[in-house]
Design a protein around this ligand. Structure first.
Ligand SMILES: Cc1cc2nc3c(=O)[nH]c(=O)nc-3n(C[C@H](O)[C@H](O)[C@H](O)COP(=O)(O)OP(=O)(O)OC[C@H]3O[C@@H](n4cnc5c(N)ncnc54)[C@H](O)[C@@H]3O)c2cc1C
Length: 222
């Protein structure tokens, strides 16, 4: 498989860094072709603006989706956005590795979505959800939390993790047509003993070795 791994953590020695390296090494060793977007290392600019484009249809009034449609027709995306869209189009499986920040994506990853999931090129004209541009491709969230698993149940202290992830899994990934696999959630890695953390990494590697045969996950609707 062609696999894109998007990594969004500012510290490579973090547990997220360990999960990222585990995925790259395991999938490469299994014979897959792996590309990465290490967003902090790339210095990826998450702020969506005029600089997403080489030229503008309307320089006097910036309307992002109009410019995205225009750029789609004129090959007009800026190089950093074009590179990332090309990786999306290339991959058959996309993995996002990130810590849960404020019940959502770290800003650098949310900004990557804001700039890269461009109208015209990645969705639009009725090409969404089951009819999405990326129908046939699969996506997997691998995330860590600060809180323990027991806090992330329906009615629990933090609430149902699947509801928290739905805006990402439904509103971003399925919206573009991706088939979503069950999220890989490491709850509170800082609370685990070193041996338990090593077991988490080994279990993730084992899952990834068999990822081609995995069935889709029901993310639920609103
Ligand atoms: C802005 C912000 C918002 C947040 N919002 C939320 C929220 O909404 N909900 C929530 O639950 N949490 C929240 N948190 C907490 C955050 O989700 C966790 O701190 C994060 O997920 C932990 O992952 P980490 O990779 O940073 O862990 P780290 O603290 O980097 O790692 C945990 C431990 O693993 C060790 N480790 C690293 N590599 C290995 C290895 N190879 N083998 C074994 N051990 C290793 C590290 O040394 C460390 O001791 C927030 C944090 C921030 C900064």
């Amino acid at each position: 498989m062609k696999i894109l791994i998007v990594f969004a953590h500012p510290e490579h020695q973090s547990f997220n860094g360990a999960l990222f390296r585990t995925a790259v090494e395991t999938l490469t060793a299994a014979g897959h072709e792996v590309k990465t977007s290490d967003l902090y290392a790339m210095g990826f600019n998450p702020a969506s603006d005029r600089h997403n484009f080489i030229t503008l249809k309307d320089p006097d009034y910036f309307k992002q989706q109009t410019e995205e449609m225009h750029a789609t027709e004129t090959y007009g995306f800026a190089e950093d956005v074009e590179d990332e869209i090309s990786k999306l189009e290339w991959c058959e499986l996309m993995i996002w590795q990130f810590p849960l920040w404020w019940f959502g994506l770290p800003a650098i990853l949310k900004g990557w979505v804001d700039r890269v999931f461009a109208m015209g090129r990645t969705y639009g004209g009725g090409r969404i959800y089951d009819n999405g541009v990326f129908k046939g491709k699969r996506a997997l969230l691998s995330l860590t939390t600060g809180g323990p698993a027991a806090a992330y149940l329906k009615g629990g202290f933090q609430g149902d993790i699947q509801a928290i992830l739905r805006p990402i899994q439904r509103g971003m990934l399925q919206f573009l047509g991706f088939t979503v696999l069950a999220p890989q959630i490491t709850y509170g890695p800082v609370r685990l003993e070193p041996d338990a953390r090593a077991e988490v990494l080994a279990a993730y590697a084992e899952r990834l070795r068999n990822i081609e045969g995995e069935s889709p996950f029901e993310v639920g609707i609103y």
